[in-house]
Unconditional design. Structure first.
Length: 588
């Protein structure tokens, strides 16, 4: 961490505020504002990430840390918090507007400040985390409760009010501070954060946490009940605002921000898969969000994530999203890449055939889209890791990952050489595992959800002795996907298993047939017959691509494609013995 200097400024009512500065003195100024029960130490995980390029300012709210501790609860209204922010921003801004990142009550106080005339001369941008405007949350709750004839809005308003009911208890003088003192002294706050999944090393509290929490509890008594009774109806904000909406915040539900576009002239919204204390659980994500906004407002092009977050901008269904498709040089992969590109996505095209990948990318580019071609052998775990590192460093973490690369194979188990059996498993199953491992971890770390598509086959649930290796590899993909779907759900990442039936692609051209010696002369005739049958079926890869796009949009867990795939899926679950009997069919 860079060296931190300490100073003090006086607020409008004379309250002394402790201010801490670090980072690049010549960079844009970013002011970090904490809430209850924290001090400026809350930002210990975020501040170092911003310090390289920005001048980072933190301060202790009144009643906390080295700041003064007014005794009467009337000194803890949001108007006083706004006064404190004004004093700090003007003292450190040097006549230039500052950028702000604020959390919890600190964020509420900044919203209060932004309602004042001339606030845009002091604040260049505002990133709000788990701290909506008191006026805005009041309007959401009260207006919704006045409209019981709109059941969904009414229930959400009632639910949000219930989520804030703990504030009523916290507003109780004497008893509430005493209860908090006992609970915090016994480690209650730390246990809560650990239960929320925050790593011990990421928990940042000052040594005076218990005293700070008790002293600053007056913020609830000063604001909760008055905030329910009174609210502005004209609290509009001209400063650029970025909302970080923590989708698992137990206190402020994500739907409570639905009306903010009515109040903010220019708004970005990022949904983060996080609980209330995102400054501790997701410091890198908050630092990145601030960096991207500040740099963009300074003239840099908007990053993909920032562009996608801007509210009120018309975009295609997958506009400002990155989609990676393996095996995209031909067939289903190529059609899928083209389909996502047609819906506005930027595409990472990969295939073991580099020329085929380049051809797909060129077609997307010729159509006005953006695509990048790579050669990739999905069976090579190390190569996949290198590929993921390169893609994420160059283009960003994909929003959608389509694991389509695969090979066909036909032949009885006892006729298939061991190396060929392993080859099919390594590509069809191992390739899916490799890509999910390499990209899945990065998607989880990003904290903004996403979607994975694993292309299996109707063969995954229709045993066929003549396709042992292929069916086994696709069945493995199916079960792997079911298990991974459950694991990734907590990270907000959806997963679809796509199971095509008979699709007219060129997969048969590369399919290996392992047959007894006396039948080897018949292989090409058999291949030609199968290709003819696929062509007569007239069910092309474009229909699979359309199903994949729809499945991602609707977060569909399992998506058979073609009527026979649906039929067999139903029979396999209802009449498994029928499928076992059918498996006796062989190569003829």
């Amino acid at each position: 961490m860079t060296e931190t200097t300490e100073r003090f400024v006086d607020s409008a009512d004379g309250t002394r505020i402790a201010v801490y500065e670090q980072g690049d003195p010549d960079g844009p100024t970013v002011v970090l504002v904490h809430g209850w029960p924290d001090s400026h130490v809350l930002w210990d995980g975020v501040a170092p990430l911003l310090a390289e390029g920005y001048r980072v300012i933190r301060y202790d709210n009144r009643g906390v840390g080295k700041s003064a501790v007014p005794q009467h609860h009337s000194s803890y209204t949001m108007a006083r918090f706004a006064d404190d922010f004004d004093a700090v921003a003007r003292a450190v801004g040097g006549g230039r507007p500052v950028h702000v990142l604020a959390h919890d009550w600190g964020s509420v106080g900044v919203w209060e400040y932004l309602a004042r005339p001339g606030s845009a001369d002091v604040v260049a941008s505002f990133t709000s985390v788990s701290g909506p405007s008191g006026d805005h949350i009041n309007r959401f709750v009260i207006d919704g409760l006045k409209r019981p004839y709109r059941p969904r809005r009414f229930l959400r308003s009632l639910g949000q009010l219930g989520r804030l009911s703990y504030m009523a208890a916290f507003s109780t003088p004497v008893l509430a501070p005493a209860a908090v003192r006992v609970a915090f002294a016994r480690g209650g706050m730390r246990r809560r954060l650990l239960a929320d999944g925050i790593a011990p090393d990421n928990i940042h509290h000052s040594r005076a946490l218990v005293g700070d929490a008790v002293n600053s509890m007056k913020v609830y008594r000063a604001n909760f009940f008055p905030g329910l009774r009174h609210a502005r109806t004209d609290h509009r904000v001209d400063v650029p605002v970025q909302l970080i909406v923590n989708t698992r915040d137990p206190y402020v539900r994500s739907y409570s921000y639905a009306d903010i576009p009515n109040w903010a002239a220019r708004l970005w919204r990022r949904d983060l898969i996080a609980g209330h204390w995102a400054p501790m659980s997701h410091p890198a994500q908050l630092a990145r969000a601030v960096t991207e906004l500040v740099d963009h407002l300074g003239g840099a092009p908007a990053s993909r994530e920032l562009a996608r977050a801007e509210v009120g901008v018309e975009r295609a269904p997958f506009g400002d999203q990155l989609v990676s498709v393996t095996g995209a040089g031909s067939g289903i992969g190529r059609a899928t890449a083209l389909a996502f590109a047609a819906h506005g996505a930027e595409i990472v095209v990969s295939d073991i055939d580099e020329n085929a990948a380049a051809a797909t990318a060129a077609e997307i580019t010729a159509g006005g889209g953006t695509a990048h071609a790579y050669r990739l052998d999905v069976a090579d775990a190390d190569a996949v890791q290198r590929f993921a590192e390169q893609v994420c460093a160059t283009h960003g973490v994909p929003d959608v990952l389509v694991n389509n690369a695969g090979v066909g194979h036909a032949g009885l188990f006892l006729d298939t050489p061991a190396d060929q059996y392993d080859r099919v498993l390594d590509i069809n199953f191992g390739g899916v595992v490799n890509c999910c491992r390499a990209f899945g971890a990065r998607m989880v770390a990003r904290g903004m959800g996403g979607h994975i598509v694993n292309v299996a086959s109707m063969a995954a649930y229709s045993p066929t002795q003549a396709m042992n290796a292929y069916a086994t590899s696709k069945a493995a993909v199916f079960m792997f996907s079911d298990c991974l779907r459950a694991e990734l759900d907590s990270a907000g990442i959806g997963l679809t298993t796509v199971c095509p039936g008979v699709i007219d692609t060129n997969i048969i051209d590369g399919t290996r047939f392992d047959v007894p010696t006396h039948k080897r002369s018949e292989v090409e005739t058999l291949r030609a017959q199968i290709k003819k049958g696929f062509a007569l079926r007239r069910y092309g890869p474009e229909k699979v691509a359309k199903a994949i796009v729809s499945a991602v949009q609707n977060n569909t867990p399992v998506r058979p494609v073609t009527p026979e795939a649906y039929l067999v899926y139903g029979v396999a679950h209802a009449l498994p013995q029928v499928m076992r009997s059918t498996a006796r069919a062989n190569l003829g």
